[in-house]
Design a protein around this ligand. Structure first.
Ligand SMILES: C[S@@+](CC[C@H](N)C(=O)[O-])C[C@H]1O[C@@H](n2cnc3c(N)ncnc32)[C@H](O)[C@@H]1O
Length: 404
């Protein structure tokens, strides 16, 4: 696949490089935040930044309007544009796009939703950004993407064929004998306009330290939705080159432009070795992820706790504290010795400050080979089912029957 990164203002770059015949444009320009965006790379060696400071709302409006008007001209008749913004200016962007593309070519307002773990501000935590999807004409490219059925979907809904009745109502189709018609394997449910895709976490390998860098998974979804392999994708504000990397991974050609020399160098570096982090939440699905350790957590059914996800040594954090200290809990797994469970929680709480550790003992796996742990803040509690099992075994060993 071919790619090209051009340094400069996107308007000039388009003219100088005669950019045309584009299948899909994605743009994530400055949002009008009146801030200088800056970020230190993970190794702390360099700092990337770009300016988002404007003399007035008008200046921002016309900067975007002028460019979007030119971008529309670059698109093929079947092409589309995806404009990434947030609440700072989404109301202005929608007006501009309606004006340039025509409101009849508005396709979707996509809400990119992600979890945020902050409660530092008064009011609702912002946890989404907006992507406006406009097509050049009615004859636009669109490939449906399907997701899994929800847990509440019953097997009839999945397997049985549907059709419209005389009143236009959707009903299950039946054959001449009145039997339901089976539709065969279905692809799942076509995705809607709310996309839950995790924000890049600070330790993600994909993160290159560019301010406001977007996740490749988000760009892959847009690219797969509105283009085909071999198509040409254009990002006029490419930053660290996320769109171009995603295009490469999806088998598309791409062109990116950015004002910043450093951004262009970074994009080129990423394109020479395209890499994407794999999110466990995305791979397993949020529900499966949350319920991955449901069995372990069932041992805590009578206490109040918060699930601790993405941690190998801790399962939960109790809502109640001991002497003002946090209480972390680990449930011994079926294939694990009590010593291994204890080591896991000790390691995981190492940098968490003074805290208590509770290990729920669920079995006596290979216990005789265990080395003993002594830790003042560690409490080992046998689970109810373990105690119950021991009790039954003791009764059987004693050969005690029921007394009259
Ligand atoms: C929000 S960032 C893009 C981030 C990118 N999507 C990523 O994942 O890394 C916006 C970028 O637009 C660039 N930019 C600002 N004005 C520009 C202009 N007139 N022409 C081209 N690029 C510009 C900035 O240098 C910055 O890198």
């Amino acid at each position: 696949m071919s790619w090209k990164v051009i340094k400069g203002d996107c308007l000039e770059a388009i003219k100088e490089n005669k950019i045309a015949n584009i299948d899909l444009i994605y743009l994530d320009p400055p949002f009008g935040t009146q801030k200088e965006h800056t970020l230190l790379t993970r190794d702390g060696k360099s700092r990337f930044s770009y300016s988002d400071i404007w003399s007035s709302k008008d200046e921002y409006f016309w900067f975007i309007h002028e460019r979007v008007t030119v971008f529309r001209e670059l698109l093929k008749e079947t092409g589309s544009l995806f404009f990434h913004c947030d609440t700072t200016s989404s109301h202005i962007i929608r007006l501009i796009l309606d004006d340039v593309f025509g409101s009849n070519n508005f396709r979707s307002e996509i809400i990119w939703y992600y979890k945020r773990w902050t409660n530092s501000q008064k009011g609702l935590i912002p946890a989404h950004q907006t992507i406006f999807f406009y097509s050049k004409t009615n004859d636009f490219k669109f490939n449906s993407i399907y997701s899994d059925y929800s847990e509440t979907t019953n097997v009839e809904q999945i397997l049985q064929k549907r059709e419209r009745d005389a009143r236009g109502k959707s009903v299950y189709a039946v054959d001449e004998e009145g039997e339901y018609i089976i539709n065969g394997t279905k692809k799942g449910v076509a995705i809607n306009d709310v996309w839950e895709i995790p924000y890049l976490n600070p330790k993600a390998k994909e993160r290159v330290g560019y301010p406001t860098q977007k996740p490749i998974t988000l760009l892959e979804r847009i690219i797969n939705l509105a283009s085909d392999p071999g198509d040409l994708i254009f990002d006029p504000f490419c930053g660290s080159g996320t769109t171009l990397v995603a295009a490469s991974l999806c088998g598309r050609n791409s062109i990116g432009v950015d004002l910043s020399e450093e951004a262009c160098e970074l994009s080129t570096k990423r394109l020479n070795d395209p890499f994407k982090s794999h999110s466990l939440v995305m791979n397993l699905g949020r529900e499966k992820y949350l319920h991955k350790d449901a069995e372990a957590l069932s041992h805590l059914s009578n206490v109040e706790y918060t699930v601790v996800a993405r941690n190998k040594g801790i399962d939960a954090l109790l809502k109640e504290e001991i002497n003002g200290h946090l209480v972390f809990v680990r449930v011994q797994r079926e294939n694990e010795t009590i010593s291994e469970a204890i080591s896991a929680i000790i390691k995981a709480t190492e940098k968490k400050g003074a805290c208590y550790m509770v290990v729920i003992k669920t079995n006596s796996n290979n216990e005789m080979f265990d080395k003993l742990h002594s830790h003042t803040n560690l409490i080992v509690i046998p689970s109810f089912s373990y105690q119950f099992k021991l009790c039954i075994e003791t009764q059987s060993l004693n050969g005690r029957g029921l007394g009259g």
